[in-house]
Design a protein around this ligand. Structure first.
Ligand SMILES: [Zn+2]
Length: 273
């Protein structure tokens, strides 16, 4: 059983008329120009080719509330059409009423919120407050949250911004009642899981592997298992950026841990096990 825990899909219209949606600052920052986006059928086709049984698809963090609403309705439809094959997290709009948006995500039957990201303005005081609000409301509705977290060092790429690791830790250790997935290995937060008191505060935090081939040497998988344990790592490809074929060999080489990374942990987050 293989579940891809971090993929991205958009509506058919968003895929076909991508430029039209580039009036959204968050969307244009990531997808203006050549960057490819996919709809559900493209994802399902890729899953068949790569042997992935199910995918967790992410919504997007929009500026525009109407785009987030359209996106969420699409994700709910797709999740219904592809039962047990596609599970979806809901999109959020930074300019909208957070409470109402999360309430709607819950009503639509989506499994969580994410990927929450602050591409356009970065992670500053205002964003920190907003993220706190998102986590508080997510806790109220018992919805897991997936956060986009970058490495504070290394090469620059589109959508990379700095997240203060202390603020991230403070927020994660405050909102402990829901699973929080820190994407892209939590930008390195997982290293501090080697500190007993940090590990104790982050038992509900997971790390995903999204975009690893572009960021780290393949030794990261084994070292990550040693640092935070096999129960906290979730395979995510970041499709359509990459697919399972780029991860397969490295994750399968982990032996018994692979089962946790490839499906058991994400099943727990989604409440399937
Ligand atoms: Zn991300």
């Amino acid at each position: 059983m293989i579940i891809d825990g971090h993929t991205h899909i958009f509506t058919d219209d968003m895929v076909q008329n991508k430029e039209r949606y580039c009036d959204d600052r968050q969307f244009s920052l990531l997808y203006y120009g050549k960057a490819r986006i996919a709809h559900a059928e493209i994802l399902v086709d890729s899953m068949e080719h790569t042997g992935v049984d199910a995918s967790l698809v992410m919504g997007f963090t929009w500026h525009n509330e109407e785009y987030a609403r359209i996106h969420n309705n699409y994700l709910a439809t797709v999740q219904h059409t592809y039962k047990k094959k596609i599970y979806a997290f809901g999109a959020i709009a930074l300019k909208g009423d957070i409470y109402k948006q999360i309430e709607t995500i819950k009503k639509l039957g989506l499994y969580g919120i994410g990927e929450v990201a602050f591409y356009a303005d970065g992670f500053n005081e205002e964003e920190e407050l907003l993220l706190g609000q998102i986590l508080a409301v997510a806790e109220k509705f018992a919805l897991p949250v997936c956060l986009h977290v970058n490495e504070p060092v290394g090469h620059i790429y589109g959508g990379k911004y700095y997240t203060d690791i202390r603020s991230l830790f403070a927020l994660c250790s405050h909102y402990t009642k829901i699973p929080i997935i820190c994407s892209h290995w939590g930008g390195g937060l997982l290293f501090y899981e080697m500190m007993p008191e940090v590990r104790k505060s982050l038992t509900h935090v997971y790390y995903d592997t999204a975009a690893t081939p572009f960021l780290y040497e393949s030794g990261i998988y084994d070292i990550a298992v040693q640092m935070c344990g096999k129960e906290k790592i979730i395979f995510g490809s970041d499709f359509p950026l990459l697919d399972y074929s780029r991860y397969k060999q490295h994750i399968e080489a982990l032996g018994e841990s692979a089962e946790h990374i490839l499906h058991k942990n994400v099943e727990k987050v989604l409440g399937l096990s």
